[in-house]
Design a protein around this ligand. Structure first.
Ligand code: NAP
Length: 241
């Protein structure tokens, strides 16, 4: 266990926005734990983060944990594994997510549960599990929760009712904890990007050119901007459009 380095935990850190955010944090010298289900993708991501660290002249400090965050027990187990490895937690990025699209009557109960469990419930449970460590980190740092919501958490679109339900939930939850945790020196922000050029945006490729999308690095840069802000200046939400 090492407590000398500031440390971040990134759910969904094996792909897209989560991987870019982990890379940005590594470039700042953070030790990171990345989470995802697919072990090969996680290993590949850890290798890329190691290379990113080398580019910045820092020693790689990357811990990859394979876990399914749809399991309600995953949050406490993953945060405990992170704390065991790095000794502290300064930044939590909740990026893991799944997309569902289709008319309301197309969703079966398993799909409804699957989207809400990963996109909303896991976000809440990871914030809960991280809280004791984030409060501790406020003694000598500026702990931050960055919840990757979506523009679908701010704007309703037909055909996305389930995803909107989860992402509006993330935005409301984050605004509430931003108020609640201010006295502890812990900040929280829901980042709400429009389409981002990741595997999740594949459904839109027939009509949305790549050039119209944000890059995952744009969202990662927003995470770093939040990391740099003093606690009282972090907004409860940040729309990237
Ligand atoms: N791409 C966009 O256009 C866009 C726009 C706005 C907001 N967002 C939001 O941004 C976040 C990141 O999305 P992305 O675009 O980076 O997608 P992505 O490239 O598909 O990455 C999704 C990540 O979540 C992980 N994940 C999914 N289900 C999981 C589960 N049950 N347990 C553990 N890990 C799980 C995936 O790993 P495994 O598959 O290996 O588990 C992967 O690392 C999501 O919350 C998404 O809703 C995306």
């Amino acid at each position: 266990m090492s407590s000398s380095r500031h440390a971040a935990l990134v759910t969904g850190g094996s792909s897209g926005i989560g991987l870019a955010s982990a890379g940005a944090l590594v470039s700042r010298g953070f030790a990171v734990t990345i989470l995802g289900r697919n072990e090969a993708r996680l290993r590949n991501a850890a290798d890329r983060l190691g290379a990113e660290a080398a580019r910045h002249g820092t020693q790689a400090a990357v811990h990859a944990v394979a876990t399914d965050i749809a399991d309600p027990a995953a949050a406490h187990a993953a945060v405990a594994a992170h704390a065991e490895r790095w000794g502290r937690l300064d930044v939590l990025v909740n990026s893991a997510g799944v997309l569902a699209a289709g008319p309301l009557d197309s969703y079966d109960a398993a799909t409804v549960a699957g989207v809400l469990d990963v996109d909303l419930r896991a976000t809440i449970l990871f914030c809960q599990a991280a809280l004791p460590y984030l409060r501790k980190a406020a003694r000598d740092g500026r702990p931050l929760i960055a919840n990757i919501a979506s523009i679908s958490g701010k704007r309703a679109d037909a055909g996305f009712s389930l995803y909107c339900a989860a992402k509006f939930g993330v935005v409301g939850f984050t605004a509430a904890i931003q108020q609640e945790l201010a006295a502890d020196g812990v900040s929280a922000c829901a980042i709400c990007p429009k389409l981002v050029d990741t595997p999740m945006a594949d459904w839109a490729r027939s009509w949305a050119p790549r050039s119209s999308m944000l890059r995952p690095e744009d969202v990662a840069a927003a995470v770093l901007r939040l990391v740099d802000l003093p606690a009282g200046r972090v907004p409860a939400e940040l729309v990237l459009s």
